[in-house]
Design a protein around this ligand. Structure first.
Ligand SMILES: C[S@@+](CC[C@H](N)C(=O)[O-])C[C@H]1O[C@@H](n2cnc3c(N)ncnc32)[C@H](O)[C@@H]1O
Length: 341
């Protein structure tokens, strides 16, 4: 049996827990930060077995996990807390020597943890260096995760690929670049990483619900030609781009020759069933094997049921590759589909 700290987007932990309950009989789950962070006990499964199964079929609403290698009672004393962190690092000396490690510290709102995230990291970093590890922010071999809850301090050491995300709690941060057209662009950037789907590999994209043009600008930057469909205006910085064609129309009214596009992206602010109908009608405009990245708005009370119903519909024209609630998704999830040959 092993314990893990698991995180979902705010308000979506109950759905992540439901998914885990359905996939793994015999696990135990208890909330730590309401709606967001919870503890999973894997029952008869070892930590390794559980992580491997989890990675094979990632739950939609689970953003991040890390193994609990040590749990100590929560203290508001800086001295005691620093000592606990140092003890944990020292106990893992053999794994850390000569490697790189990132320290990720988070706490729940009701925790008396006496440090900020940066202070927590600074409390253990000198010890890690003494042990021969290089302390880095990203692309590390190991992640030392710390989660401070109300009653306990949880610590674990794991490889980034076993945490589902290498960001603290799965909170992906992109640099806010100059001239960013909309925050929505982050959704596509995150989808590209999460689905391991390099956008520069595509030639011709159809962007439905494209305005003001965050997704379109990401695609253009990657060298993809874009047909953007939206009755609303696109950002003026894009208007003269030689690889952009903007159709100021409702997506339900456009038609294209068969096989025109090898990528469809859709971030329409509309009922997900309408969106599904429009995307399905445009499926012939995609070449066989073309990819689709689509946000599904969760506007109904039963998100799991909504997703299941929509996937049945999408399956008529597409193969479902992955469904994930990304960090940048609010009341929605993102799906990656492929056009059936
Ligand atoms: C969330 S915004 C899209 C943001 C965009 N992905 C970006 O990165 O800037 C949703 C857009 O969907 C468009 N939209 C809603 N219903 C539509 C429809 N039936 N056809 C085309 N566009 C639609 C809206 O006009 C709005 O601009």
């Amino acid at each position: 049996m092993a314990d893990f700290i698991a995180t979902a987007n705010p308000g979506f932990a109950p759905f992540a827990m439901e998914e885990l309950r359905r996939s793994f009989s015999g696990i135990g789950q208890s909330g730590l930060a309401p709606g967001e962070t919870f503890k999973v006990s894997t029952g008869a499964m070892s930590a390794r077995e559980w992580v491997e199964l989890l990675k094979k079929k990632e739950p939609i609403f689970l953003r991040h996990v890390f193994p609990v290698d040590e749990e100590v009672p929560m203290s508001d004393s800086q001295e005691e807390t620093a000592a606990a962190l140092v003890r944990f690092a020292s106990a893992n000396a053999d794994r850390l020597e000569g490697t790189t490690v990132a320290v990720q510290v988070r706490k729940s709102q009701d925790s008396v943890f006496p440090f900020s995230s940066a202070e927590g990291r600074d409390a253990v970093a000198p010890t890690l260096r003494e042990l021969g590890a290089e302390v880095v922010a990203r692309d590390s071999k190991w992640i030392l995760s710390v989660y401070a809850a109300k009653r306990s301090l949880y610590m674990g050491l794991s490889h980034p690929e076993d945490n589902l995300s290498d960001w603290p709690g799965g909170a992906v941060r992109f640099r806010r670049e100059e001239g960013l057209i909309s925050r929505a662009a982050f959704k596509l950037l995150e989808a590209e990483k999460a689905f391991k789907l390099p956008l520069q590999g595509f030639m011709n994209a159809l962007d439905l619900g494209a305005a003001p043009g965050g997704w379109t600008s990401v695609l253009l930057e990657r060298g993809v030609k874009v047909t953007a469909v939206d009755p609303a205006e696109m950002d003026e910085s894009l208007l003269l781009h030689p690889h952009l064609r903007h159709l100021r129309k409702n997506a339900a009214e456009v038609k294209f020759a068969p096989g025109t596009f090898d990528l469809l992206v859709c971030d329409m602010s509309w009922d997900p069933h309408h969106t599904c109908r429009i995307v399905s009608e445009l499926a012939p405009a995609l070449s066989a094997g073309a990819s689709g990245i689509i946000t599904l708005k969760l506007m109904y009370r039963k998100p799991m049921q909504t997703i299941q119903d929509l996937l049945q519909e999408y399956k008529k024209h597409f193969e479902i590759r992955q469904v994930k609630q990304l960090f940048h998704n609010r009341e929605e999830v993102t799906i990656w589909v492929k056009r059936r040959p």
